[in-house]
Design a protein around this ligand. Structure first.
Ligand SMILES: *Cc1c(COP(=O)(O)O)cnc(C)c1O
Length: 471
């Protein structure tokens, strides 16, 4: 294929994309394929000769699309939504057309300076104080890894990268059971080890960590000769929205001189609405905060906003400068590759710029407020419906429930069967989670094109499929 054919294909692809999104609601949300269907439809060997793009495009529609779960479907109520507002898709089109490597200021000055400006726009949008600087990471997992590495290096007086961890006292990191598995993996990769991730008891699945228990755990470790290094806090945990009491936990961490990272990957977007900021009261005391504009803010995957009270700690942990990466003769510039584990970087700031301008903060707030309101409506209706029980109350737009008709012998099996039957039905998509020892069904609303009617349909589908299940 040549660039001279690009515009024709570009028009065709954009027409396809518009049609896809305008009719997406008529597709089953979750892919209805069996394992291996797509693999078997793809030739086992690569082509030796060039093939017409016409054929490739036809196979995309016939082979690939039936095997897709539709993340932009307005009745996708599973996991957390990964929104791609049309303005951000256009920005990604431009980013991939220009295809610049944005690792250093000089390899793409506009990308670097746009990133600085966009991270400050996001900082203001969330109501964070002016002291925070920011960088865009590929994912919240990467931001959490960078934060855990920073905790490690600070605790080891910046000797870990050089000397390794051999012979050092065991470092200890504290988090509740509600934090995301990306925290566990950051601790594995940082060489700290799962055994040194201390699970601080919570006040229940939604309330988060007990600050007195955090204090006691750190004190006990110090007395035992272990080496506390940092605390990871959750705002809006993935399972049930578990949120640690940020101000009180940060006060404990400060008392012990520990670095604090806050994972608000999903809930962070909602902080553009001032009325929700009570969720993370005291956040200005954190050292490091991550949230994913690629979840609830409409910015096409991938885009994780990482704020730092003192970026020098992060740069001291991650920067490495071989001669070929030095930027000659320019002082005061930022090279964002020194702020992250990967060297190469995409131009991610462009899609933030497009989204914030195309919708405005008010347009984004409207969407988030509606999701929260509609989710509360569904919660209220299910709470009043016989045979259903609410397990965890709404945290923003997320709550969990169970179907427990009288005489249910095995409620876990019944609720798993219900989730599967709902997803086979295809009109909506839900996932399950565990609360204590109970299997529960999770609901959250967060898709940009979702309407009140879509959430009302969720109620009808849940009740209809549930009743049919015990007939
Ligand atoms: C989604 C999510 C993550 C992981 O985000 P990635 O960007 O996929 O790494 C981490 N923490 C929480 C609370 C999340 O909701």
């Amino acid at each position: 294929m040549k660039w001279t054919e690009f515009a024709d294909w570009g028009r065709r692809v954009s027409q396809w994309a518009q049609d896809y999104h305008l009719t997406i609601g008529s597709r089953p949300v979750r892919a209805q394929t069996e394992p291996g269907d797509i693999l078997n439809a793809l030739p086992a060997a690569p082509p030796e000769e060039a093939q017409p793009l016409e054929d490739v495009f036809r196979d995309f529609e016939n082979i690939v699309m039936p095997g897709m779960t539709h993340w932009q479907h307005p009745r996708f109520f599973a996991y957390f939504n990964s929104n791609a507002a049309p303005a951000s898709v256009l920005a990604e089109f431009l980013t991939s057309a220009v295809a610049a490597q944005c690792m250093l200021w000089q390899t793409s000055p506009a990308a670097t300076e746009m990133e600085t400006r966009m991270m400050d726009w996001l900082r203001q949008s969330l109501g964070l104080p002016g002291g925070f600087a920011g960088v865009i990471q590929d994912s919240a997992s990467s931001a959490t890894l960078a934060a855990v590495l920073t905790m490690r290096e600070k605790a080891l007086d910046w000797q870990g990268n050089r000397a390794g961890l051999f012979g050092a006292r065991a470092l200890r990191i504290y988090a509740s059971v509600e934090v995301h598995t990306s925290v566990d993996r950051a601790i594995w990769i940082a060489g700290i080890g799962q055994d040194n991730l201390v699970r601080v008891p919570t006040d229940g699945p939604v309330r988060g960590m007990d600050p007195a228990a955090l204090d006691a755990a750190i004190t006990a470790d110090k007395e035992a000769g272990l080496h506390p290094a940092g605390v990871v806090l959750a705002v809006g945990g993935t399972g049930t929205g578990g949120t640690d009491p940020i101000a009180a936990c940060i006060a404990v961490a400060r008392k012990h001189g520990l670095y604090v990272h806050v994972d608000a990957a999903w809930a962070g977007s909602a902080m553009i609405c001032p009325e929700f900021r009570t969720f993370w009261e005291g956040i200005e005391g954190a050292d490091s905060i991550v949230f994913n504009p690629h979840k609830w803010l409409g910015v096409q995957f991938d885009c994780a906003a990482h704020f730092l009270a003192n970026p020098d700690d992060l740069v001291r942990t991650l920067a490495i400068q071989p001669v070929y990466l030095e930027t000659q003769g320019k002082d005061g510039i930022v090279n964002y590759s020194e702020w992250s584990v990967p060297l190469g970087r995409r131009f991610r700031a462009l899609k933030i710029w497009f989204v914030l301008r195309a919708y405005g903060l008010e347009g984004l707030r409207d969407r988030i407020r509606n999701h929260v309101k509609w989710s509360h409506n569904l919660h209220d209706r299910l709470a009043e419906t016989p045979d259903f029980e609410i397990v965890t109350a709404p945290v923003l737009s997320l709550f969990t429930f169970r179907y427990v008709p009288e005489g249910t012998a095995d409620p876990d099996a019944l609720n798993l069967a219900l989730v599967n039957a709902i997803n086979d039905d295809g009109r909506i998509y839900l996932t399950q989670t565990r609360v204590g020892d109970r299997m529960v069904i999770r609901f959250q609303a967060g898709q940009f094109e979702t309407t009140a009617d879509d959430v009302a349909m969720a109620y009808d589908v849940i009740c209809e499929v549930a009743r049919a299940l015990i007939q």
